[in-house]
Design a protein around this ligand. Structure first.
Ligand SMILES: [Zn+2]
Length: 420
């Protein structure tokens, strides 16, 4: 993860409050033996109204009817449970909703997947899956009776994006995230997948917009909280204490045109969050995606930008790296700056930037007198200097860098030259 999202409170959190009520006040009290009716919802009048519309209105929508039926069916499955069994389910419900503690792999928080519940209550596990997997459905949430009470998911997204303005996906740092100027939105990823975990499918601490590549190509229903070896730590998308990620790229092959992922070595830090980093890399295919980016056209363009600045403004490798460093400090995920900087530093260690700097320097070696005249003239007679540069380029077949000094002035001169 490259950065953490800012959590945004919204009316839609009321849906989770409804679910909490249904679980603790209705289902967990089913063993008392009262028949299922709207009377059970008396102390939560808004929810009672919704269920009245879904369960009893003549024109109740299909999804609304299903919502009501599922709640009733689960109530009946809770009815024969012992107090110990109910306590176990309460503990699982609470644990599955403590998303930050789950991510930290807090040993006191014992989470449960559908398979864990199925070991003891197969019918209940199946019925809970039917209910919780269908809960996060735009069609259900948009039903008028519910929408009146909880607002709209699209509005939540809009407010979320007003508070989170990088325009990039925090899980890869590469993909764009649609913002307030788009009429469409990104899908919310269920960080703990709704296909595996009951109880948290409408908990907004477990919902985070992600780019299409992260959500649909790489993560799917991979489990950040567990791998084959068991429980593990993961970054929490809404942490207020994100340590930042350090990336080092080393190139085993200085031939940029023939660079393959096997030539690239990626190292991540800080060591204090090693386990979280390993989880992140595995869940989002980070190694593969970052290495591919370093082998494709973008990375070649990063080097080409150095050639342009070398020729236009006399940039040295250090000038160029300083500039990228400043850009990265200001906006780490804009234009993949974080990766660009790590890649270019790797290029410098592999001698690539010095080699590019020398491409221009060759003219100075081959035509020292010409270069001397060019330097002399450039300070006061830029037009003549430009002509000399063109002659030198023609003679040697290599571009001559402009003299160092004011880069902006050089650009201005170049543009002026073109407009004449
Ligand atoms: Zn992404």
């Amino acid at each position: 993860m490259l950065f953490a999202y800012t959590y945004v409170s919204h009316a839609m959190e009321k849906m989770q409050a409804f679910i909490n009520f249904i679980f603790f006040e209705v289902w967990c009290n089913a063993p008392i033996g009262l028949p299922f009716s709207l009377d059970l919802f008396e102390t939560e009048p808004d929810l009672r109204e919704v269920l009245s519309a879904f369960g009893f209105a003549a024109n109740a929508p299909k999804l609304g009817k299903q919502f009501y039926k599922d709640i009733k069916a689960i109530y009946e499955l809770f009815a024969p449970l012992t107090p110990e069994q109910v306590d176990q389910l309460k503990q699982w419900y609470q644990a599955n909703n403590e998303i930050e503690k789950v991510c930290a792999n807090d040993p006191k928080v014992k989470i449960a997947r559908y398979v864990d519940i199925a070991d003891i209550h197969p019918d209940l596990s199946e019925q809970l899956a039917s209910f919780f997997k269908g809960l996060y459905s735009q069609q259900l949430l948009d039903l008028a009776a519910l929408r009146e009470k909880i607002g709209q998911l699209d509005k939540h997204y809009e407010e979320f994006m007003r508070a989170n303005t990088t325009g990039k996906c925090p899980f890869c740092g590469l993909g764009d995230i649609k913002g307030v100027h788009h009429t469409r939105r990104e899908a919310y990823d269920h960080y703990l997948p709704k296909a595996l975990y009951p109880f948290n499918s409408i908990n907004f601490r477990n919902l985070a917009p992600a780019c299409h590549e992260c959500n649909s190509t790489y993560k799917h229903s991979k489990d950040p909280a567990r791998n084959k070896a068991g429980r593990r730590k993961a970054f929490y998308p809404y942490t207020t204490d994100f340590p930042g990620i350090e990336i080092t790229i080393d190139l085993n092959n200085p031939d940029i045109d023939r660079l393959t992922p096997a030539d690239i070595q990626l190292t991540f830090g800080p060591a204090a969050v090693h386990e979280e980093i390993e989880t992140w890399k595995e869940v989002y295919g980070i190694d593969e995606r970052y290495k591919a980016k370093c082998c494709d056209g973008d990375a070649k363009d990063w080097l080409e930008q150095f050639r342009i600045l070398r020729d236009a403004s006399g940039f040295t490798p250090n000038n160029y790296l300083d500039t990228i460093q400043q850009q990265t400090a200001k906006a780490p995920v804009a234009n993949s700056n974080f990766l660009k900087l790590a890649f270019l530093k790797g290029c410098q260690r592999a001698g690539l930037l010095d080699a590019i700097a020398k491409e221009g320097g060759l003219v100075m070696t081959l035509c020292p007198r010409l270069y001397e005249r060019y330097v002399k003239y450039e300070q006061s007679h830029w037009r003549s200097a430009s002509k000399l540069r063109i002659i030198a380029s023609f003679m040697c077949g290599i571009s001559v860098p402009a003299r160092t000094g004011s880069g902006h002035a050089n650009w201005k001169r170049k543009n002026h030259e073109r407009s004449e």
